[in-house]
Design a protein around this ligand. Structure first.
Ligand code: GTP
Ligand code: MG
Length: 277
């Protein structure tokens, strides 16, 4: 089932658990995830949280979208956007976020991977943390290193990428490249999407950077990240080079802004300054 003509905002009447205002939409990009997507959707829908799920599939050759469509036909809380081909992770997120803003009234918009690296059971913790944050980042490096089964090379790359990002952009976050995040709607509304061009994990850096520059309250919570057990990684060299370039671009922008006037990005725990800077 395509998302056309359906407004998920009108379809669920679940009670909100204490502390949760408004509905949640979980955006999941997929490319060849048929081995995990059904179990993941089941786990998400079983949570005691008023959430709906939007899967954005890029015509996965393994038929992921057909599986999701089948589930969506039976369950109104599942939505599926199908794109014509592999158009990239970044643009899939952008399309998902646009859908969230234009077609739903979700107050909290999550993003997560389809491969169970991100534990659906952590969603309530994100919501609890959102009580005093506008953007919650699932962090693999907040309490030591909470990554399971990654080859050392991959772990080193990710850890170093975060160190490098902190150093150059001055963002104070331990894990700016992770893809398990919860945005308040207002953050997505404030981001200038025309200025985001990344496709790989630098997309995560760019969105968090914009939220940080605008003074939104950003909080990290520890997550346990487990390497995918099934399916195939889409990680490649191009993604790494893109991240190196993007971090430098953000770092230079930061420097130029500092020189052109006093701007003080959010220090942890300070009040938000919304509305763009
Ligand atoms: N729609 C869409 N989804 C994608 C694309 N590339 C990756 N994804 C999805 O984005 C999520 C993250 O991709 P992964 O391959 O898990 O990337 P990763 O987590 O960096 O790499 P792993 O180490 O293999 O887990 C998964 O749910 C993928 O199916 C794409 O081009 N289009
Ligand atoms: Mg993954």
């Amino acid at each position: 089932m395509s998302a056309e003509g359906r407004n998920p905002a009108t379809q669920t009447a679940l009670p909100s658990p204490p502390g949760v205002r408004g509905k949640c939409l979980v955006v999941i990009p997929t490319y060849n995830e048929r081995e995990s997507i059904v179990a993941l959707l089941g786990a998400l829908l079983a949570l005691p949280v008023p959430l709906e799920v939007l899967v954005i599939d890029d015509s996965s050759p393994d038929g992921t979208a057909a599986l999701v469509r089948e589930l969506a036909a039976r369950e109104g809380r599942i939505h599926c956007l199908e794109r014509a081909g592999k158009l990239g992770l970044g643009s899939a997120y952008v399309e998902g976020f646009r859908y969230a803003l234009a077609r739903t009234d979700a107050a909290f918009i999550f993003q997560m991977d389809a491969d169970f690296s991100h534990d659906p059971e952590a969603i309530p913790e994100f919501l609890a943390a959102s009580a005093d944050a506008d953007l919650v980042l699932g962090s693999r490096y907040l309490k030591g290193v909470t990554v399971v089964n990654w080859p050392l090379k991959r772990l080193f790359l990710s850890y170093y990428a975060n160190f490098y990002t902190r150093l150059i952009t001055r963002m104070p976050f331990k894990d700016a490249t992770g893809g398990f995040k919860c945005f308040r709607r207002e953050v997505l509304e404030a981001i200038d999407w025309n200025r985001i061009h990344s496709d790989g994990y630098s997309f995560q850096i760019e969105t968090t950077y914009q939220a940080w520059r605008r003074g939104f309250r950003i909080r990290e919570i520890p997550i346990l990240f487990v390497d995918r057990r099934v399916g195939v990684s889409k990680m490649n060299r191009k993604i790494v080079w893109e991240a190196i370039f993007v971090v430098w671009r953000l770092g230079l922008t930061h420097l130029l802004r500092l020189r052109s006037g006093p701007r003080h990005p959010q220090a942890p725990g300070t009040a938000p300054r919304k509305g763009g800077r």
